[in-house]
Design a protein around this ligand. Structure first.
Ligand SMILES: Nc1ncnc2c1ncn2[C@@H]1O[C@H](COP(=O)(O)OP(=O)(O)OP(=O)(O)O)[C@@H](O)[C@H]1O
Length: 363
């Protein structure tokens, strides 16, 4: 797969002096589904606007297919955007909305008709061409917005929080549909969301952002299983995060116990943070457990029990279990060495990758 978009050292300082993007470097390959994921204010929309050409970086460069497009007008980019509020024209029907961009470009009438028909077919709105926008449900409006964005065959489609107006059920359906549309079209989608579940479910690759910096990039599984820092660990899924100390390669101490782990390349004695995912913890009897905890609360969440427990050092543990236990009971907690994820304080993604490579190379 070839690279289609590159951001090199992009920094964005707004007129009031606020630095929204600090030093963004990212590469987008063609034909993949990407998410920009981060809390409100982390800079997701700013990145999208810079890629679309609605905003210029203060410094740094934007490349498209190898060409420098940093100062290229948005209308000349082979990139289209689906906005959060869809920005449909309420006084035009579905056909006119989708045809609008092509009419502006003075395309041939017959050609426009065919292109609109195909775009509406792609988003499963065959037969809706003459409907008024006000006669459509939220999900259908969303699809018209996508049809309008894909009708002039962009190479990249940007989607800004475009599912956030939909109710939960419809949102799940649209997540699936968007993924299907992306696969059918074979173009690159860059999707902005603050919803980590949505990003994990839809993306080939995720960029996790916080405070104008990319914290981590990778596949959903990489990011979930190997968060590089506590921000990512906390933001993506539920976590147990504890302070600890590295004893030696493949051995870490936390909660006054030493445990075999899968991490290496960290100085003996170095203070670290340890992440254990609640679904990696199993409740067992005290003798078979690696930890001993007392169950404080238990909630049934449909497909698992969410159990909160406390150990003798007053550390709170979150455990997801398919079997119920009893409040007030002392139980053992079991986990495998690879379920322990050790994070160094302040380690960047690049340093993390380098350390991992060095150790994988040795094996
Ligand atoms: N024109 C502007 N002038 C000054 N600050 C701005 C301007 N536009 C955005 N910002 C600030 O830049 C930061 C990043 O904004 P951005 O819209 O990119 O965040 P976001 O991650 O998309 O957030 P949200 O999920 O809330 O949309 C925010 O703190 C925002 O207040």
């Amino acid at each position: 797969m070839s690279d289609i978009i590159k951001l090199n050292h992009v920094r964005k300082e707004y007129d009031d002096g606020f630095v929204a993007l600090k030093d963004i470097n990212l590469t987008i390959e063609s034909g993949k589904f990407y998410s920009l994921l981060g809390p409100s204010g982390s800079g997701k929309t700013t990145i999208l606007r810079i890629i679309a050409g609605f905003s210029e970086p203060t410094s740094g460069k934007v490349f498209f297919d190898g060409d420098d497009i940093t100062n290229l007008d948005s209308s000349k980019r082979k990139i289209n955007t689906v906005f959060q509020n869809y920005a449909l024209f309420p006084h035009m029907n579905v056909f006119e909305n989708v045809a609008f961009g092509l009419q502006i470009k003075k395309k041939d009438k017959q050609e426009i008709k065919m292109a609109v028909k195909e775009a509406l077919h792609m988003v499963q709105l065959d037969g809706f061409a003459n409907r008024e926008i006000s006669e459509l449900s939220g999900g259908q409006q969303q699809r018209v917005a996508i049809a309008r964005a894909i009708v002039n065959q962009p190479k990249v489609l940007l989607l800004d929080e475009s599912l956030s107006a939909l109710d939960k059920r419809l949102r799940k359906d649209m997540q699936f549909e968007l993924r299907e549309i992306q696969k059918k079209l074979g173009i690159t989608f860059i999707f902005v969301t603050h919803d980590q579940e949505e990003a994990l479910a839809m993306s080939d690759e995720i960029f996790v952002l916080n405070e104008g910096k990319i914290q981590q990039s990778g596949s959903p599984v990489d990011i979930y299983d190997e968060p590089v820092n506590d921000f990512v660990a906390r933001f993506i899924g539920d976590s147990n995060i504890l302070s600890g100390r590295m004893i030696k390669d493949y051995e870490v101490e936390f909660g006054n116990h030493r445990f075999e782990c899968a991490d290496a390349g960290i100085k003996p004695g170095e203070k670290v943070e340890v992440v254990l995912r609640p679904e990696d913890l199993d409740i067992t009897d005290i003798e078979h457990g690696k930890l001993r905890v007392m169950v404080e609360s238990q909630l049934f969440l449909g497909d698992h029990f969410e159990i909160k427990a406390i150990d003798s050092d007053e550390n709170e543990w979150l455990i997801h279990s398919t079997n119920p236990t009893k409040i007030g009971k002392e139980v053992g907690v079991y986990f495998d060495p690879e379920d322990i994820h050790v994070m160094r304080f302040g380690e960047s993604e690049a340093e993390f990758d380098k350390r991992l490579e060095a150790y994988e190379g040795e094996e």
